[in-house]
Structure formats: C-alpha cells, structure tokens
Design a protein around this ligand. Structure first.
Ligand SMILES: [Zn+2]
Length: 308
C-alpha cells in the first residue's frame, strides 16, 4: 500500500529530525543520526579530529535514543512522540548498550594513558637534562632539579607513589604549561629531592613552589601540579609513606581569588590525611604584591631588597 508506506517513511524522517534537534539542543552539536542499534561516535564541533566525545545510540526502529558527551559526562535519553514503550527496545537492552559503551570508553582511556606513559618514560630516558638558563627557571629563580628538556620545553615527570613515570608536564618558554594529551594526571606528582632521603615531606601545588621549598629546607617536596589534584596526591603519598614520615602541605594562598581555592583544597587534603599545612601570609609588604605561593614570596622579598 503506497499510501501507508509514505506515511511511515515521513514518520521515521520526522522522528530523526526531532532527535537531531534534541541533540543540538542538549549537546550543541549537529549530528546525522543512524538508527541501527549501534553506538556512533562523533566529533564535537570546534574540537580537533581526535576529539570524538559525542556518542549516540538509536534503536533500530528509530523511536528511542540515548546520547551524551563522554568528556563532560552528560547523558540524555530520548523517546519519540507516540512511541510505544512496550514494543520498542526494552530498557534493559538500552542499559546493556550503555554499559558496554562505558567499558569501551574506559578501556580506550586506559590504553591512551599507557601509550602516554611509555612516551613519557622514553623522554625521561632519552631527553637531555633541563638547561638552568631556561627562561622559566630563570623567572622562577630555581635550579632544574630533575627536569628534562625537549624542543625548548621543560619536561616535568609525573610519578605515582612507586616512583613510576606516567606523564610529563611541558613548560614552554613563555610559561605555558601542558600535560601530555590523554595522559593520566590524577594522583600523580612531580618530585623535587628524594623521598627516601628524609622523613619530612612537603606537598605543594606547583612545581616551582616545590623547587623553592626543597631549596630552602633540603627536604623532598612533591608537587600535585594543581589544587584539584592535591587530595589524590596526599592520599597516595600518605598511604604509601614509610612509618615516621611527617607530611606538611605548603598551600598556595589565592588571597585575591574568590573562595581561595589553593588554601581551601590544601586544608581539605591536610584534614583528610591528618597533616599540618602552612601558607604564606599575604599580601606581603611589597606594594602591588600579586604573590600566591612561596616561590612568588621569595621574589617579592628580592624585589623589596633591590628597591631599597
Ligand atoms: Zn608579594
């Protein structure tokens, strides 16, 4: 019956348009959907070709869909208007598909992380030691300690509590910092000095702060690289520290930022592991002081002396 056939195909087309409109609305992406019961990955507009963060699953009859963005962890389900929930794909099958997809994404992430880790270890073996005249080290007035250098960028090795390298933070001449793409960061830290050499361990946010703390105290200083990673790093280090180790967190003091994230995260982490914390008393006496960490304060003092 040609009439019925036409009605059906319009309905299918309309459903597809409704769904694509919904995806546009929720995820901000124009996607051509395929109703085949398989998960399709798509590129987020404006992101690089390797970024395929959008995923869409549409039931073979086109009346149900689940879609999301695995980077932002958004996930939405959609049912076509008038779809018969009892005859369409069951919820159990949908859940199964999503569970399979999540595992696939998890596996892919671990695979990427292990490739990055191998590359980072290769850099640590092959790259030259950092040049103490590198502009970033000069600006921060610290020695290269255990850093490497490749194509003009400092390479800060990120380790787990066993000392294994998993990632590098690249610090470019202009001070821009980037981790290796797709590498693990959570719970990893940069080590300045040697943890086995002392029972006093300092944990800082940034690498330059760790370098300054180590220079001043002679004790090992471990940098979590950002405030959001302090908790994980503190937990990893506290649980693996030999008996007798005393951990002190040297907190950034983001006194000019709402909520003082540096200090807040440090206090949370210190509380979690029962450690002490210290933080610079800011602002310093230097007019226009923009210090947030111990390394900045060292410079502020130098500036003050030079200006006198
Ligand atoms: Zn200052």
């Amino acid at each position: 019956m040609p009439f019925n056939h036409q009605t059906d195909s319009i309905t299918v087309e309309q459903r597809r348009q409704q769904l694509e409109q919904e995806i546009r609305l929720k995820l901000g992406a124009d996607i051509e959907t395929v109703a085949d019961g398989k998960i399709h990955r798509h590129r987020m507009p404006g992101k690089s070709c390797s970024n395929r963060s959008i995923w869409v699953w549409v039931s073979p009859n086109g009346d149900r869909a689940v879609f999301g963005n695995h980077v932002t962890c958004e996930r939405y389900s959609w049912t076509a208007e008038g779809a018969d929930l009892f005859t369409s794909t069951t919820g159990a099958e949908t859940r199964q598909r999503i569970a399979e997809h999540s595992m696939e994404v998890g596996r892919a992430r671990l695979e990427r992380q292990s490739i990055v880790a191998e590359t980072a270890r290769l850099i640590a073996e092959e790259a030259e030691r950092a040049d103490e005249n590198h502009p970033y080290l000069q600006t921060k007035r610290v020695l290269p300690h255990g850093l490497f250098q490749l194509n003009g960028a400092l390479q800060v090795p990120l380790r787990d509590a066993t000392g294994e390298i998993h990632n590098m933070q690249r610090i470019y001449r202009d001070g821009t910092k980037r981790f290796m793409r797709g590498g693990r960061v959570k719970g990893l830290f940069a080590e300045v000095g040697d943890r086995s050499s002392s029972l006093n361990w300092y944990i800082t946010e940034g690498w330059a702060t760790a370098a300054t703390v180590h220079d001043v105290t002679g004790d090992p200083a471990l940098a979590a690289m950002n405030a959001g990673n302090l908790m994980e790093v503190c937990l990893a280090l506290a649980s693996s520290a030999p008996p007798g180790v005393k951990i002190v967190i040297v907190a950034d003091n983001d006194h000019r930022t709402q909520g003082n994230p540096g200090l807040t995260k440090a206090v949370e982490a210190a509380t979690a592991i029962g450690a002490d914390y210290v933080t610079p008393d800011l602002p310093c006496n230097h007019p226009g002081c923009a210090c947030t960490d111990v390394n900045d304060v060292e410079h502020c003092v130098v500036r003050e002396v030079n200006n006198d």
